[in-house]
Write a protein that binds this ligand. Structure first.
Ligand SMILES: [Fe+2]
Length: 451
């Protein structure tokens, strides 16, 4: 009975077209097998993708789906279809609605884990609204936690002018915010033109954090089904947004803590005051010049802040010594790269900045420490920090010598391109800083070069 039902859901009479549409929409390849391992529909993918998902009737597995992606979502959908078939309650429209919901929930679940950026998440949410509801404009607005003003975080398409009082859209949005429930207005009138508008609150456990709006330039009559999907999207989306917000707060707190920590370590050495901050500013300016993406910039920022954290383990006697260091003392100082990595290893989510810290004293020609890595085997953050660190060290007074002039330091950096430093990083550094009258420190203070 179950196997027959499974077969039936792939018959043209029962909605194979709907399944094909969904598969095409998701742009995936699938193979569906019965419980005896016979291919029932789609491609033979058994040996291609090792992790199938079960098609279930209650708790019983009645078939398996193999797919290159979304395998769980497809299996859940087919389970639903199978149940509908058994219960003889199958309706194509019902299936499509269910598909939209299941697919959305899976996508949201994926995003909850991946969401780290509020803007990106907002774009994802309005993207889903556009995919499934007739829309010529969509926007996601968040309330500022301090000013309580709404601001648009992501938008799409032709935007009705929400400041135009005659549209009454502001009023609708304010009502949604106050009451915390969605509104559909199918006949917003503007200049004798009517259009449809829907607004739903983004609610977290204890508060409304914003709204999501969609509209169609014509009067399209949003249905109860549209509203249901839209409300699900808003409530699930709010969780992802909140998650991204919390992550961003956490990241900022962590960055601030890391800066304080680095500053505290610096205070041991009056000659290096502000070194970390300057190295970070130079490094970010170089990173920007190299067109690093946002994620790489964050990684670079953290690695630059924490690059010398291992100096916490170097004794004052050595760190502050005015006379020349002996071999043992040099070894001790050099160990700060490894010690820095060891300290940070124990902190979650910092894995990707470890190479920047461990390798910031490697040389492009392989003659550096601690591992003698060469060329592009050295992490890009480490290659950038090496140049920023060297420039700042040269232009700062040290116990054993006075600061070098900007021009002299630039000359040294230029000379080190291809041997001590990555020539591509040096090129960018020179492009930014090598102007006759240009003083790097001043430009950093004035914010000319900081990202
Ligand atoms: Fe260092």
């Amino acid at each position: 009975m179950k196997a027959q039902a499974l077969k039936k859901i792939f018959s043209p009479r029962h909605g194979v077209e709907a399944i094909e549409k969904i598969i095409a929409d998701l742009n995936i390849s699938i193979g569906v097998y019965d419980q005896d391992g016979r291919l029932m529909w789609g491609e033979d993918l058994k040996d291609t993708y090792p992790s199938p998902a079960p098609i279930k009737d209650d708790d019983k597995t009645v078939g398996l789906v193999y797919s290159n992606k979304h395998v769980e979502a497809v299996a859940t959908l087919l389970s639903y279809l199978l149940r509908s078939e058994i219960e003889k309650k199958y309706l194509a429209q019902d299936l499509l609605e269910k598909y939209k919901e299941i697919n959305l929930l899976y996508k949201i679940a994926e995003n909850i884990n991946a969401a780290v950026d509020v803007k990106e998440t907002a774009h994802f949410i309005i993207g889903e609204a556009i995919n499934f509801i007739k829309t010529t404009h969509a926007s996601l607005m968040l309330l500022d936690e301090e000013s309580h003003e709404l601001s648009v975080v992501a938008s799409y398409g032709l935007k009705p002018d929400i400041s135009d009082q005659s549209l009454n859209i502001n009023k609708i949005i304010q009502t949604v915010l106050q009451k915390g429930s969605p509104q559909v207005v199918n006949d917003v009138v503007h200049n004798e033109h009517r259009f449809s508008f829907m607004c739903a609150p983004l609610k977290t456990r204890d508060k409304t954090v914003g709204v999501i709006n969609i509209s169609h330039e014509n009067k399209v009559h949003y249905t109860a089904e549209d509203l249901k999907f839209f409300t699900t999207l808003a409530s699930q989306g709010a969780m992802v947004i909140e998650n991204a917000r919390l992550y961003s707060q956490l990241r900022n707190t962590f960055l601030a803590t890391a800066e304080v920590l680095a500053g505290t370590i610096e205070k041991r050495d009056p000659y290096t005051g502000g070194h970390t901050k300057r190295v970070m500013d130079y490094a970010l300016a170089i990173g920007k010049g190299l067109h690093l993406n946002e994620e790489e910039m964050t990684r670079l920022r953290l690695a630059a802040i924490l690059h010398d954290i291992g100096k916490i383990g170097v004794r004052d006697r050595i760190l502050l010594k005015q006379a020349e260091l002996d071999q043992e003392e040099i070894k001790n100082i050099k160990a700060h790269t490894i010690l820095g990595e060891d300290i940070l290893k124990s902190i979650d989510h910092l894995d990707d900045i470890l190479p920047g810290v461990r390798h910031h004293h490697e040389r492009f020609d392989g003659m550096g420490y601690p591992d003698g890595l060469a060329g592009e085997n050295i992490d890009i953050a480490a290659r950038i920090i090496a140049v920023a660190d060297a420039y700042d060290a040269m232009t700062t007074d040290r116990p054993y010598r006075e600061a070098l002039s900007h021009n002299r330091a630039i000359k040294e950096i230029k000379k080190g391109g291809g041997t001590q430093f990555d020539p591509a990083v040096v090129d960018v550094f020179l492009k930014i800083f090598d102007t006759a009258e240009h003083n790097v420190k001043e430009s950093v203070v004035n914010g000319d070069c900081a990202s």
